[in-house]
Write a protein that binds this ligand. Structure first.
Ligand code: NAD
Length: 281
């Protein structure tokens, strides 16, 4: 695979130029990111080559149901450092740093091209990179959340002498902010994601198989009302036939090239038509 500075094949240069043209023309562009974006930060994906599920099979899909049956047991397991040492995803996330793909999205946001990033990732890397207009649809692994009122807490704010810990505001049970399999997505963030998709006339769909619902519906919302989809992925996905352009390569190479191309295309500072967004929900 090409790195960020080596020449790309002509067909890929043409695709990047076309993606830059579309992005420059867009009135309200947003991004949807998935596990593939963080792969170059050393975090394995679930599906696709080398993915955790590709290697180990799918885990049970009733994690939230099991949590509700015994939240204290879930907390004991979480606080048990020996157990955490065997959690490949947790270890990789703890060590990861944002890569060139995360940083390119920040550049696009700061230049006024990207109005919002919706991420399915839980790894905190968009925030570490500097994204401000961010919606974390599956939560953030570094935070905790009350299952009743959705208040989010940093772990050091929540005493764990008594398990399960309770919310300061409403007394509800507190768990990891990460949305578990079978758990409803907090309503406020879900609504914000769909509002952004309804507003968007272009979506960059980056490093996701687009199979996990309801996040997988967001590109469909953009497409159904006449918006443009641009995919950045090393492999084709179910969305490929609906994409105006598919940048077939790693996000850490493709996204910096897209930033360069859109900057060249503009030849001037783009106009920023900022809008209010309750970022980091
Ligand atoms: P997925 O695991 O289903 O698919 C990963 C996708 O990324 C595949 O389409 C693959 O072809 C593509 N990909 C792999 N390397 C890439 C690269 N370098 N550049 C661009 N694309 C690349 O991921 P998903 O669709 O996000 O769904 C999995 C769910 O698992 C999500 O809901 C997410 O919350 C969670 N998850 C998150 C993390 C994380 O936070 N980093 C990691 C694993 C899984």
């Amino acid at each position: 695979m090409a790195d960020a500075s080596s020449p790309l094949p002509p067909y890929l240069e043409a695709d990047i130029a076309e993606a830059a043209r579309l992005l420059h023309r867009a009135r309200y562009a947003i991004a949807l990111t998935g596990a593939g974006l963080s792969k170059e930060s050393g975090i394995p994906t679930f599906r696709g080559e080398g993915g955790l599920w590709t290697r180990n099979g799918e885990p049970p899909m009733n994690a939230y149901e099991r949590f509700l049956m015994d939240p204290a047991a879930w907390w004991r397991e979480r606080l048990d450092e020996t157990g955490q040492k065997n959690n490949e995803l947790a270890i990789a996330i703890a060590q990861a740093q944002p890569n060139a793909g995360h940083l390119a999205l920040v550049e696009l946001e700061r230049a006024g091209y990207l109005r919002c990033t919706i991420t399915q990732n839980i790894d905190n890397l968009h925030i570490a990179a500097g994204s401000e207009r961010l919606l974390e649809i599956h939560g953030n692994r570094t935070l905790l959340r009350c299952i009743e009122c959705d208040a989010r807490y940093r772990p050091e704010m929540v005493p764990t002498e008594e398990l399960p810990p309770r919310c300061d505001r409403c007394g509800g049970i507190v768990k990891s902010d990460t949305v578990m399999f079978g758990e409803p997505i907090p309503r406020r963030v879900l609504r914000a994601c769909f509002l952004e998709a309804e507003r968007a006339d272009l979506m960059l769909v980056i490093g996701t198989t687009a199979l996990v619902m309801p996040a997988a519906d967001l590109p469909a919302v953009v497409y159904r009302h006449g918006g443009t989809l641009i995919e950045v992925n090393v492999e084709p996905t179910v969305l490929t036939p609906y994409c105006a352009v598919s940048l077939r390569g790693p996000a850490g190479t493709m996204l910096p090239r897209l930033v360069e191309a859109v900057t060249e295309h503009a030849g001037r500072e783009p106009q920023f038509r900022g809008v209010g967004l309750d970022a980091r929900l």
